[in-house]
Structure formats: structure tokens, C-alpha cells
Design a protein around this ligand. Structure first.
Ligand code: ZN
Length: 363
């Protein structure tokens, strides 16, 4: 097993099935460590070092096609990458928000555009890109190289303002406590980036920014984007805006209720080969109703999230099992489970499909 490039020790517990050189992910993860800090908890303020599962997502999302060709007059954007977009399905409290915040910062100012293949001796030096932090990354011959965008237009998407905060709060903390603060201005509503760039929120109640050209979108909790709350259409409209700009996106979600035909479900069931899907499914041999087996499920789906206290997860799951076992199994067991939450009134399911039929008719 090869040593990991990041920690230079033993290989991580996962393996990517492509060459290390064919991704901007190692550079991206190093950039995150140098520019972003842990936003909360006991390690608040320490460098944000992606854990195994987080690194696996980064390496795949930034996987570069071997066939990508560098041409400074015609820079390849999304088509340089194996995946046009990614989906992360993971349980509650596993650390999706902080990783989404770190990747948003990376997209805002980091080397996320394919910049050719290294011949040897090349470096990524932050000073060449307006950041005085001193970060330097040395490429090995054959490595995919990265450059930042001149202007980054980024949107954080969620169903509500509170939900946007899942990513916006940690992002604010990361910017304010590190070198990014020198050239990004964080406000309550949006982050101002160099060269008229911007990170802003789009919610179901604030869709006025919908349709703006953007380079990157972060979709939070797509398992609750439905036709009724209009978020399915928001996500589709935004993906069209991304396509026009050669942009890419990531969606994050808990497992969904398959009765709702959410954006998360549509993505997961899509046959498109250019969507990277990260989803650690627990063994079907284990029953979530059995407390001992439930613990084994938690140990598996929260693996690599050392900040999670499995006793606390079990306590929350056990309580939720009393009133809404399906939701408990989705939230903490990381399984796609049928079952209507108490908030979904009878008949809404049928109404959703009726509305969708109308929406899909040509105008
Ligand atoms: Zn820097």
C-alpha cells in the first residue's frame, strides 16, 4: 500500500480507483488545511484537516480526466473533470456542514480550475494569487495542476435562512479566523470576493437571485427539496445556470423518504455517469430496531468522524425511535426508509406528483 501524500504515513482506509496524479484533490485538501480552521467544538481554530471520508469526497470531486488538455486561450472548466457534480449522503451531525463550508472557501479562492499537467518543478504559490499566507504546494511530474478563478460567483442553496446557516456560519468562522480574511469580506447576507465575486444564499423565500450565472453551487439537504416547496425547480434552474458557466455543484443530504421524490432521490437514481455519489450504506443484515445492531450501524456510518459521540447519537436515535422510527433510521442509521413523518399531511404525496406532471408539460 502506498503512503498517503497528505500524512506521508500508511494508506488511508479507503482507496481511490485512479492515479493520485489525476486529481486536484490533494492540492485542494492541503489548501483547505492552510486556509480553513475547525469552526466549532474543542478543536475550534485548529487547521481543518479532512478526515478519510471527507478526503475521499474531495479526491473524487476534483478528479481530472486523463484526456484533459491545457490551452491557456480556452481553459477547460467543468469538462476537465470526471464528475460534473457530486452528491454526499451521510447521517445527521457527521460533519457535512463544515466540509461544505471548506469546499465553498476552496471554490471561492483556491486552485479548482484545471491548469495543465506538471512536467516537474512547478509549484502552486499563494503569493501568485493574491494571498500572503505563504502556502506553497510542489507538484510531482505528471500531476494535474490547479489555478483559481479570477472571479467566483457562488450560491449556497437551502430551504430556509436557518438551513443556509449550516454552511454559512462555519464559512464565516473559517474566513474570519484565517488568511482568507485579508481579501474576503463577510457580511450577514453574503461574502464579497475579489474582482466582484460573491458568495450568496438562495432559499425558497429568497429566490430573486435564481438564474444568475454562477460557477459553483452548494445544495444543502436536498432530501427535503420537493415539488411542493418549489426547491426541485430551484435546483434544476440553478444547474442550468451552472451549465452555462462551466460550473459544478455538490449536494449534501441525509437519506430521504422515497415517498417524496426529492432532488436527492432524483440525483441518486439518475443514470448519468458524471455524478459522483458518496453513500456508505450499512449492512442490510443489521436491524435498526435492535439496540445492539443499531450501535454497529452507527459505528459504521459515523466512522471517520471522531468528533461524533456515539453514545449521544444512540440517545437521540433511541428517543426518536419511539415516535418516528423511519426518521430515526434515515437521520442516524443512514438508510433510505419509507415512512411519512408526522409533518406530512395525508394526500400531499399524490398532490406532489400531480404538480410535477403539470410542471413537466411543455410551456
Ligand atoms: Zn494562501
Amino acid at each position: 500500500m502506498a503512503a498517503c501524500r497528505l500524512c506521508l504515513m500508511t494508506a488511508h482506509e479507503f482507496a481511490v480507483n485512479f492515479a493520485e496524479a489525476e486529481t486536484l484533490g490533494y492540492l485542494g485538501a492541503d489548501w483547505i488545511e492552510a486556509h480553513c480552521s475547525v469552526p466549532d467544538g474543542f478543536d475550534k481554530g485548529r487547521p481543518f484537516i479532512p478526515s478519510d471520508w471527507q478526503l475521499q469526497i474531495i479526491l473524487n470531486h476534483y478528479r481530472v480526466k486523463r484526456s484533459a488538455k491545457w490551452n491557456p486561450d480556452r481553459i477547460l472548466l467543468a469538462p476537465a473533470f470526471t464528475y460534473r457534480r457530486s452528491q454526499v449522503v451521510a447521517p445527521q451531525k457527521t460533519g457535512k456542514g463544515p466540509l461544505a463550508a471548506a469546499l465553498t472557501a476552496l471554490e471561492a479562492a483556491g486552485p479548482i480550475v484545471f491548469g495543465g499537467w506538471a512536467e516537474g518543478g512547478e509549484v502552486y504559490d499563494c503569493r501568485d494569487h493574491g494571498c500572503g499566507c505563504g502556502f506553497i504546494y510542489e507538484y510531482e511530474p505528471g500531476d494535474a495542476m490547479g489555478i483559481p478563478r479570477n472571479t467566483s460567483l457562488i450560491q449556497l442553496v437551502a430551504t430556509s435562512e436557518e438551513q443556509v446557516d449550516n454552511v454559512y456560519r462555519p464559512l464565516q468562522a473559517m474566513i474570519r479566523s484565517g488568511p482568507l480574511d485579508a481579501f474576503m469580506k463577510t457580511g450577514e447576507q453574503f461574502v464579497r470576493l475579489p474582482n466582484d465575486g460573491k458568495i450568496e444564499a438562495v432559499t425558497s423565500s429568497a429566490q430573486s437571485r435564481l438564474g444568475n450565472p454562477i460557477n459553483f453551487a452548494n445544495f444543502d439537504e436536498t432530501g427535503i427539496y420537493t415539488v411542493q416547496n418549489k426547491m426541485v425547480r430551484v435546483a434544476e434552474t440553478m444547474r442550468r445556470g451552472l451549465a452555462g458557466m462551466g460550473g459544478r455543484s455538490i449536494e449534501w443530504t441525509n437519506p430521504w423518504d422515497p415517498a417524496e421524490n426529492s432532488t436527492a432521490q432524483r440525483t441518486y437514481e439518475s443514470r448519468s455517469l458524471d455524478i459522483y455519489k458518496f453513500y456508505r450504506k450499512p449492512s442490510t443484515e443489521l436491524s435498526y430496531k435492535n439496540a445492539r445492531e443499531r450501535r454497529r450501524i452507527h459505528a459504521y456510518v459515523y466512522k471517520g468522524s471522531p468528533w461524533v459521540d456515539l453514545d449521544a447519537i444512540e440517545a437521540e436515535a433511541a428517543e426518536l425511535m419511539e415516535t418516528d422510527p423511519a426518521q430515526a433510521e434515515r437521520f442516524y442509521g443512514n438508510r433510505i426508509v419509507h415512512g411519512m413523518g408526522s409533518w406530512l399531511k395525508d394526500g400531499l404525496w399524490d398532490a406532489a406528483y400531480a404538480a410535477e406532471d403539470l410542471a413537466s408539460k411543455p410551456a
